[in-house]
Design a protein around this ligand. Structure first.
Ligand code: HT7
Ligand code: ZN
Length: 853
């Protein structure tokens, strides 16, 4: 198996300017006729990508080709004498019904759907399936319209014709040249919600949401979110939509969240369908942000795309940054930042420390699907955020404008992006570019020295990036460090932006008349691990006084981490310090003006955040510390928790900032109250009185974590109530999979027999086994290895069905070196057994082989 390398990039030998496709849909024998108008672009042979295709016929400039005129392999078609330009006609046959990998054209629940990113188009026809070949597509779909009333593709609808055999032919034309990965076709029977949007320049755009029959009422929120996103992009970046139609189709069989195909987004139904009785606050948040994300791709991804897949972060990091900015403007900026940082500190730091470590622009790839990672997406977004911090919002906006103007209609690189930022602002970004090529989490150590006689404060910073599995040599990075100096006079402070570029660097401040308390890394201004020398009391002071909401939350998190790490080192359980109890009492009695932030300040760090702070993760000790602290907080604060819980009357459900914040605070109180003597009472009451999904789930989770007797009967009631709503049943599946005791294994077995469960549906599989492996640390990391064994079995079972899904589920098994000897031994054994299996997919093979010594 040969990985591809960024260093080997060569421009395509041939370009395709026009791609005409015709699909005759059939469940087991769909015919695809592709007419490609091509031109030579450089030296080299004409080699087209193709996988799992049946070649029916080939013509070059009208002449039928015979087998001496071409060479066919398992994944390519070479045309022996193509000439310098011409027209190639290719007819292939596909079996969408058998396509459980959900790449290329597949048929699921009566809907034909395509997924072409990254390399799925080669499962539709032979083609130069690479993002730097951009063509104008015209697509005709032929089908029985009584079965499939909606036949959709990219761009504008040109015609609809009734054929003599009773079938219908619908023709689409997309005027914007695009790479094959943005091609889409959907055919099925849907309910359709339509609306309109008038762009800033006065153009009318028709907005259309296609959803499963009966689900129309659950698509209004997504439609409204789309309009907000369109408006926001005009206001913030001056970017308008360019086609006359914007279509979104929601399907239940989908490998990821959504796909930005030009003019025809395909969404996982989980990120479209929502109403107040079935969606949580988190669901509404996700829908708005993913609707935004896919819409924003129209400029950052579609109009300007990637030269090759190593540049994926060019579109994904930038678009995640854009969706994060959008969400921050739609709700609480602080909460958004907290959530984004939690993800970096858990999944991304874990990836950097794993055998799959890679820079945001990877250099070597066997299976591209394995690189749609939290590093490429979320660390990529942090890199863009740092650019904005360094250049300022105005400079950043100018840089983005320069990038889009300069490269509209092109396939470009991350370097082109940084160059545009540099040219628009005049800032030298040479060193900054290292963020694109260097993997790993930088560690920054800080030291402070205050000299009262000279009134001088000296801050000494030291940066170091530890070696990663993929790279041994690391260089210093340019990183923006936002700080605040807090002075003793309450309310008096000074905020600064430091640019750290050397391995070791000093910053001096004169005229500082008292030793300040320093708040480091406001808003997490760089994705690093910071080590400081705070005393616990100083952290509580910062939590109470810092101007930046994120920094206040972060100080609380550091406080807990310190307490827990001392306990773990000493082999003891942590005791609740009195000053913490009094701070919590204060927060519960007088929540801050920002209720949502109060709810976050009252939270313990989660297991994954703590785990990332250890080279060898002390699984059992961390779990015991967290359970013990929860119990202690509940006992010490029962009165205040009860009073706070009761102070805020439940208001009728509405998804808005105030409602979200109140539910979060009450939910936090309930989480602790579940551990008091009256736990059953509070949880039952919360569940029964809930008029919304957020509160119901809060009650169910609280009951489960506290292992209350009522947990099972509440869960049964929930399953009965929502048995007809598969999106809600996924929540039920996940809850059952996070049962924190032995019973979970019987439950998991039972869930796979459930009438709604299917191994072919990624949403169901993730709801059950994704939740078990990523959110049930206690059972997944059992010292006897039962959790690990189960996941390895599931990966083995899934690999032939859906390799992309199997490889994603496998991730928690890869970091075997992070655990104690016994767990290491168990995990290494399972990985070896997996590697020894015949016919592993590239997806699973790449990950397993990298993780073995
Ligand atoms: N650009 C898309 C990434 C993607 C994908 C989506 C659905 C199914 C398979 C996929 N492979 C890659 C999604 C996005 O980032 O917007
Ligand atoms: Zn994206």
């Amino acid at each position: 198996r040969q990985p591809k390398r960024l260093a080997d990039y060569q421009p395509p030998s041939f370009l395709v300017s026009k791609t005409d496709l015709s699909f005759e849909l059939d469940p087991t024998a769909t015919r695809v006729s592709a007419t490609l108008t091509f031109q030579r672009n450089g030296a080299g042979i004409m080699i087209l990508d193709g996988q799992q295709l049946k070649l029916i016929s080939l013509r070059l400039n009208g002449q039928m080709l015979t087998d001496k005129d071409y060479r066919l392999t398992e994944d390519s078609l070479e045309i022996v004498k193509p000439g310098n330009s011409g027209v190639l006609e290719i007819v292939t046959e596909l079996n969408p019904d058998q396509n459980s990998a959900l790449e290329g054209l597949y048929l699921a629940e009566g809907v034909y759907c395509t997924q072409c990113e990254a390399e799925g188009f080669r499962r539709i026809t032979y083609y130069p399936d690479r993002p730097d070949v951009l063509a104008v597509f015209t697509t005709t779909i032929i089908a029985d319209s009584s079965q499939l009333p909606f036949l959709l593709s990219n761009g504008n609808k040109v015609s609809e014709t009734l054929l003599s055999d009773g079938r219908t032919a619908v023709k689409w034309h997309d005027p914007f040249p695009k790479p094959a990965y943005l091609f889409a076709l959907v055919a099925g029977d849907f309910d359709c919600l339509t609306d309109a949007y008038v762009t800033a320049s006065g153009r009318q755009v028709s907005l259309e949401f296609y959803v499963q029959k009966g689900a129309l009422s659950r698509s209004h929120f997504a439609m409204a979110a789309l309009k907000r996103a369109m408006h926001w992009d005009e206001q913030r970046f001056g970017l308008e939509y360019d086609l006359d139609r914007y279509m979104v189709v929601a399907v239940d069989f989908f490998n990821m969240g959504a796909m930005e195909n030009k003019g025809l987004n395909v969404f996982n139904s989980k990120y479209v369908l929502a109403d107040d009785s079935s969606a949580t606050d988190q669901d509404y948040f996700n829908i708005e942000s993913i609707i935004g994300h896919e819409y924003f791709h129209n400029w950052t991804g579609n109009r300007v795309t990637c030269r090759d897949w190593f540049q994926l972060s060019l579109k994904e990091g930038l678009t995640v940054f854009r969706d994060q900015e959008f969400s921050a403007d739609m709700g609480s900026a602080t909460l958004n930042r907290i959530e984004a940082v939690k993800l970096i500190r858990t999944a991304q730091f874990a990836e950097d420390a794993s055998p799959m470590a890679h820079p945001i622009r990877p250099e070597q790839v066997l299976e591209m699907n394995n690189f749609y990672t939290v590093t490429v997406y979320d660390k990529g977004a942090e890199v863009i955020r740092m650019l904005q911090t360094i250049l300022g919002k105005t400079g950043f906006n100018a840089g983005l404008k320069c990038y889009l103007d300069r490269h509209d209609g092109q396939a470009v690189t991350c370097d082109d992006f940084v160059q545009a930022m540099q040219d628009a602002t005049g800032q030298d970004l040479t060193q900054f570019r290292r963020w694109y090529s260097q993997s790993g989490t930088p560690e920054v150590k800080v030291q402070e020295h205050y000299d009262a006689t000279s009134a001088r404060l000296t801050l000494k910073l030291h940066q170091h990036t530890p070696v990663t599995a993929d790279q041994t040599i690391k260089q210093p990075l340019l990183m923006p460090m936002r700080i605040e100096l807090l002075f003793s006079n309450a309310g008096s402070s000074m905020r600064q932006l430091l640019l750290l570029s050397n391995e070791e660097q000093e910053f001096q401040f004169d005229g500082i008349h008292e030793q300040p308390l320093i708040v480091w890394l406001e808003d997490f201004s760089a994705p690093v691990k910071l080590s400081t020398h705070y005393q616990p009391e100083q952290l509580l002071l910062i939590a109470g006084r810092a101007t930046n909401g994120f920094a206040r939350w972060d100080a609380m998190q550091q406080y807990w981490s310190l307490l827990i790490s001392k306990a773990v080192t000493g082999g003891l359980l942590p005791q609740l310090p009195a000053e913490l109890v009094s701070l919590f009492k204060q927060l519960l009695q007088q929540p801050l003006a920002d209720i949502a932030l109060t709810a976050e300040l009252l939270a313990l760090p989660d297991f994954d955040t703590l785990a990332e702070q250890y080279t060898e993760i002390p699984v059992d000790a961390l779990l015991s510390c967290l359970a013990h602290l929860t119990q202690q907080l509940a006992e010490a604060l029962a009165i205040e928790l009860t009073a706070c819980y009761q102070r805020f009357d439940s208001i009728a459900y509405h998804y808005n900032e105030q409602g979200v914040a109140l539910r979060a605070l009450k939910g936090r109180c309930l989480h602790y109250l579940a551990f008091t003597n009256e736990g059953e009472h509070w949880v039952n009451q919360h569940y029964r009185q809930a008029d919304n999904m957020t509160d119901q789930l809060t009650a169910l989770k609280a009951a489960q974590y506290a292992e209350l007797a009522t947990s099972n009967s509440l869960l049964e009631d929930f399953a009965k109530r929502y048995q007809h709503n598969v999106q809600v049943m996924d929540k039920y599946f996940s809850l059952v999979a996070t049962t924190p005791n032995d019973a979970v294994f019987t439950h998991l077995d039972r869930l796979t027999q459930h009438s709604l469960f299917s191994w072919k549906n990624p949403n169901r599989v993730r709801a059950v086994f994704g939740a078990f492996s990523q959110r049930n640390a206690k059972q997944f990391h059992r010292a006897d290895g039962r959790g690990y064994q189960l996941l390895a079995q599931i990966v083995t079972k899934l690999d032939p069905i859906n390799p992309q899904l199997a490889a994603r589920l496998l991730t928690p098994l890869l970091s075997w070196q992070r655990y104690d000897q016994q767990r290491q031994h168990l995990l290494a054994g399972l990985l070896k057994a997996l590697a020894a299996q015949a016919s592993l997919s590239n997806d699973v093979f790449e990950k397993v082989s990298k993780s073995l010594p």
